[in-house]
Design a protein around this ligand. Structure first.
Ligand SMILES: *[C@@H]1O[C@H](CO)[C@@H](O)[C@H](O)[C@H]1NC(C)=O
Ligand SMILES: *[C@@H]1O[C@H](CO)[C@@H](O)[C@H](O)[C@H]1NC(C)=O
Ligand SMILES: *[C@@H]1O[C@H](CO)[C@@H](O)[C@H](O)[C@H]1NC(C)=O
Length: 345
């Protein structure tokens, strides 16, 4: 959902396996040319035997390579499951632990991740999906990733962003029901994070950026469209301490591709991809440190809607509820920032 730093591990991994294929092929060709020079031409049976050996050696090399260096895959939550709670504890990364130690009452009993389909109802998710669709009717990225931030008003438009609260045609686009459900759901998610990580809910604040995303298979036009790079949220947004996602559409039904992937690395060649398949009303939450490096797979068809709801322990980065309408104008800008380009995720 954001620009990640450095080359993606997936690419590095692929390069490495391609590089390793090289020497193996060299060995193979040396072997066959060496055999070819041995005295009179070998019989057909000898040739068969020689090739059988080559094939066996290559197969063994491949098996050794793939069992040692393969990327393992684990499904944390499939679309078909309806989960009360599934969680995975992890050791906090050192930098995360050091930083969060400054915020008493906001330190997780243990770092980790969880998924639950019981926090938000499908009816609530349906209303938020309706909100998202209504908002994105007024602006979309020309690439594959559009965002709508109800707090700042930022809405993707072509290769830039506009302020939805300044679009005359977008007046009254959000209903009272949209607003109430958004606030209620956000509170439920905050409570769930506090419960899961055993925090004092008063110490946990909503922070920026918190936004709706609309992902498609459209060709990326700007860096904002490249949502698939692996990254650590704490590095991308320093105010983050807990990240949550609420999915509004179903993997495999409303869209294909677009799974959420945690990348667990134990050393350079030992990596496990841990998948969450989006399901309508599913909430996933995790500590925002390096223990939860992740990315979103590219969407291959359909439209993937989700909301990123972010929390900080630092009261200085706390953010209030969105205004949402021009009716509740709070000053000349309706209480939204002037420079939208400074506030987009
Ligand atoms: C790879 O890492 C996992 C833990 O993530 C560990 O259980 C396993 O033993 C490791 N395998 C190798 C070959 O290092
Ligand atoms: C993109 O998705 C649409 C459906 O949403 C599909 O018709 C189209 O073939 C896809 N394009 C590519 C390049 O996969
Ligand atoms: C955002 O920046 C672009 C140039 O990069 C500019 O054209 C556009 O007007 C800016 N948008 C706002 C709302 O300031």
């Amino acid at each position: 959902m954001s620009e990640g730093g450095g080359p993606p591990p997936a690419v590095r991994h692929r390069k490495k396996s391609a590089g390793d294929g090289g020497p193996r092929q060299n060995r193979k060709s040396k072997f066959s040319s060496g055999a070819g020079t041995g005295g009179s031409s070998p019989s057909v049976a000898q040739q068969h035997q020689m090739w059988a050996r080559v094939v066996l050696m290559v197969a063994i090399a491949a098996i050794v390579y793939f069992t040692t260096f393969r990327t393992r895959e684990k499904k944390f939550a499939t679309q078909r499951e309806v989960l009360e709670l599934r969680s995975q504890p992890l050791d906090c990364s050192r930098a995360y632990l050091e930083e969060i130690s400054k915020f008493a009452g906001c330190i997780p009993a243990q770092c980790g991740r969880f998924v639950s389909d019981k926090i938000v109802s499908t009816a609530e998710a349906g209303i938020l999906l309706d909100l998202a669709r209504a908002g994105f009717e007024h602006g979309q990225s020309s690439g594959g990733a559009s965002i709508l931030d109800l707090h700042s008003g930022a809405l993707s438009q072509g290769t830039q962003f506009v302020n939805i609260y300044r679009l005359p045609e977008a007046r009254r686009v959000f209903t009272t029901q949209h607003i109430n459900v958004y606030r209620h759901v956000k509170e439920k998610v905050r409570q769930a994070v506090a419960d899961h990580f055993r925090l004092s809910v008063d110490g946990l604040h909503l922070t920026h950026p918190t936004f709706f995303s609309r992902l498609t298979n459209g060709t990326a036009k700007t860096i904002h469209d490249e949502y698939w790079h692996p990254h650590v949220d704490k590095e991308t947004y320093s105010s983050f301490h807990y990240t949550t996602l609420l999915y509004l559409t179903d993997y495999g039904k409303d869209f294909t591709g677009g799974r959420f992937v945690f990348i667990d690395s134990e050393g350079k060649h030992n990596r496990t991809n841990v998948y969450i398949e989006p399901r309508r009303a599913r909430v996933s939450g995790f500590t925002s440190g390096a223990e939860n490096m992740h990315h979103v797979e590219q969407v291959t068809g359909g439209i993937r809607f989700a909301i990123t709801i972010s929390f900080t322990c630092d009261p200085e980065h706390a953010m209030g509820d969105p205004k949402m309408t021009l009716e509740q104008d709070d000053g000349e800008n309706g209480g939204v920032p002037d420079d939208i380009n400074q506030t987009v995720p």
